[in-house]
Design a binder for this molecule. Sequence first.
Ligand code: SAM
Length: 250
Amino acid sequence: PGSLYVVATPIGNLDDISARALRILREVALIAAEDTRHSARLLQHFGIDTPLAACHEHNERDQGGRFLARLQAGEDVALISDAGTPLISDPGYHLVRQARAAGFAVVPVPGACALIAALSAAGLPSDRFIFEGFLPAKAAGRRARLEQVREEPRTLIFYEAPHRILECLQDMRDVFGGDRPALLARELTKTFETLQGLPLAELSDWVAADSNQQRGECVVLVAGWQAPEGEEAVSAEALRVLDLLMAEMP
Ligand code: SAM
């Protein structure tokens, strides 16, 4: 049987595609793509004429069988999305699941991923982090989700649409506090790439003051929650006093 290759494509700069990704896209019998017109331009740029078939969130579940039949027939299939790594806030989950369940080899071909690129240059703790994907579009849902991770100690990573970036940063400031270190990574690998690291209050003011910062694609990183140092010191002192008082009790 054939293999399903999960192939990362660039998130902006076309030079970020790997030599291995190009070879596999050239060699497979079929490329399952989120948007075939979008991917046709990418393939054309690299002179690749492998046939494309649509695999997006609306048909992925039903069309899976079609791709599995090709694998069963001994043909290799590649899965790509519009940008970056498939399945990361992109389609592909159902196809990968179905292929694995049917016993086919699923082979990752790693490459660009916006959250990892942002984290690698953010200077925020990177030993442990959580990826929250896109927040709910409406304010109430967004705030509720932020409340859930307010005391999360690991670095938080979010994807956000440009037209919501300002209200998103303002909600983060209100929920996490204006002092919390954060970073906005915008237009990574592209001409107007910007990485701005500031506490949330200053970061949201900076974005509010410059409408250019409210354009393009962006990743928001927020430092994890840290117990205020004072609080711990006070409670240790309180425990010491409590011990003394207890010792005096009859
Ligand atoms: N699969 C992609 C990946 O591996 O990163 C993510 C796809 S998701 C539909 C698109 C979101 O990823 C954007 O809204 C933005 O949050 C983020 N993103 C993608 N490309 C980016 C870039 N060049 N700079 C900053 N963020 C980017």
